[in-house]
Design a protein around this ligand. Structure first.
Ligand code: ADP
Ligand code: MG
Length: 256
């Protein structure tokens, strides 16, 4: 039987901002149900990689495939644009991103925040979306906050609302960019717990994190990025247990 295409396949990805070469040929594959964590120092290109997957950034060379479908930009004169609006919508719906700063709409209640994109972007039925949104808010442990505004919630609760919002798109995969790094340590754990639950459900996830304990707990595969290249990668037990690269050893001792 043919294997289904990986949910996300990144091949030889190169990305520069002007003369600054940020990604220098990166390959990452996430099959359905895989949790892949990306670790590395600040500035190593982790966010850029996620943003390329989600068509928030263009790249100069290499491929990104979503379930076998090339995620492409095209040139209009001197401008580059994501391939077409339908593809942008399909990709962003299916690779739903959770940012470090939760980016909730301040003037909307938590329930409205979670319902917004499925209703206005995807045109789904409002009643059905509301039911799902309530379900996802309950799932992340803030089912009692539906009528609250973001400012009335703690950082950990806001981030859980942002995760519920991503889930409400019913994506193929979730992309997390340092989801716990804006939180106080005691609030971090609430969010880590939600991510662990999602991992144990077999969701496909690409997680950029500085939390090595979480990466060790939830990942099937960990990738250590150094100056735009994969310096070392492997199963978490191996990578954290017996790192072979000097740079990874240095990085781990600085974070643990
Ligand atoms: P990380 O998430 O690993 O900290 P980033 O992907 O955010 O790294 O950034 C990688 C490098 O690219 C950094 O040197 C950063 O300053 C630079 N960079 C990121 N975004 C931009 C941008 N929009 N324009 C120019 N340089 C950028
Ligand atoms: Mg970053």
């Amino acid at each position: 039987m043919n294997q289904p295409a990986p949910v996300i396949e990144i091949r030889d990805l190169h990305k520069s901002y002007g003369s600054l070469e940020v990604l220098k040929g990166v390959d990452i594959t996430a099959k359905r149900g895989d949790v892949v964590s990306l670790i590395g120092s600040s500035g190593s290109g982790k966010s850029t990689l996620l943003r390329c997957c989600n068509l928030l950034e263009d790249s100069q060379k290499g491929d990104i495939l979503f379930k076998g479908e090339p995620v492409r930009w095209k040139t209009h004169g001197s401008d580059r644009h994501p391939a077409d609006t339908k593809q942008v919508m399909r990709i962003r719906t299916n690779l739903s991103m959770v940012f470090q700063q939760f980016n909730l709409w301040a003037h909307m209640t938590i329930l409205e925040n979670v319902m917004e994109a499925p209703v206005t972007v995807l045109g789904r039925d409002k009643k059905e979306v509301e039911e799902k949104a309530r379900g996802y808010l309950h799932k992340v442990g803030i089912g009692d906050k539906t009528e609250a505004y973001p400012a009335e919630l703690s950082g950990g609760q806001q981030q859980r609302a942002a995760i519920a919002r991503a889930l409400c798109m019913e994506p193929e995969a979730l992309l997390f960019d340092e989801p716990t790094s804006a939180l106080d340590p005691e609030l971090e754990q609430e969010v880590v717990k939600v991510i662990k639950d999602l991992a144990s459900e077999g969701r496909t996830m690409l997680i950029v994190t500085h939390d090595m304990k979480m990466a060790a707990d939830v990942s099937d595969h960990v990738v250590f990025l150094h100056q735009g290249l994969i310096e070392e990668e492997g199963a978490p037990e191996r990578l954290f247990g017996s790192p072979s690269s000097e740079r990874l050893r240095g990085f781990l001792s600085s974070t643990m």
